[in-house]
Design a protein around this ligand. Sequence first.
Ligand code: IPE
Ligand code: IPE
Ligand code: MG
Length: 234
Amino acid sequence: MKERKYHKNKIPHHLAIILDGNGRWAKKKGLPRTSGHKMGAENIIRIVKHCQELGVKVLTLYCFSTENFKRPQPEVDYLMNLPIEYYQQYKEKVDFQKLPYKVVHVGKREQLKEELLVLIDEVEAKTNNNEGLLVNVAFNYGFYDELKRSLEKMNKAGDNDFSSENLISYLDVKTPVDLLIRTSGELRLSNFLLYQLAYSELYFTKKYWPAFKKRDLLRAFKSYQKRKRRYGGL
Ligand code: IPE
Ligand code: IPE
Ligand code: MG
């Protein structure tokens, strides 16, 4: 697909991605599932860059769900170590303060290793004043947990304003999603941003996440640009 076929001025403001299919991608290639996760992590870096260059303003990436702890321990351990490895590697290579991104962790901090929490705090602090794309890294994220923590915060603050504007301000992800992409052919939400997705456009592709490239992203944008969003109106 030629890039000129999408409209540069109609890029989704908030793009959310359920990056699925790492395991199946690896299996198809006769590799261990962990290789799929590694290639998936490499792909995150490429897609974040494309999103920033294309003008997306908020990008929320579902990288590990609260339910993914149900997986065999060696796979969970591998997935828990991946962000540590990548944050550390990047710390040495790039100046976080000069990146065109602001990185924020969304999800539950409990169950994450202290080593990862320290790195998350550092990345968040160092990119906090950066201009450009807001990257929400959903790691140990699940909507049920996000809602629970938000209601607890509201309760603690003695806040009884249940308007949607006020409720969303307590969530980790505070902007409604314009476009949701799920890779790997699964047609479900798997506990991702259930509130923020209320009026999102949905796009499903059979491509496995490690094989999802810029042209696939543009294909999704093109589909999004053809939709007529009505929000209940006419
Ligand atoms: C997505 O790939 C990454 C995570 C959920 C951590 P999967 O690991 O779910 O890959 P499949 O769905 O088994 O192919
Ligand atoms: C959803 O993928 C979670 C992430 C992509 C991080 P899963 O592979 O865990 O979802 P299910 O189990 O197929 O619904
Ligand atoms: Mg999966």
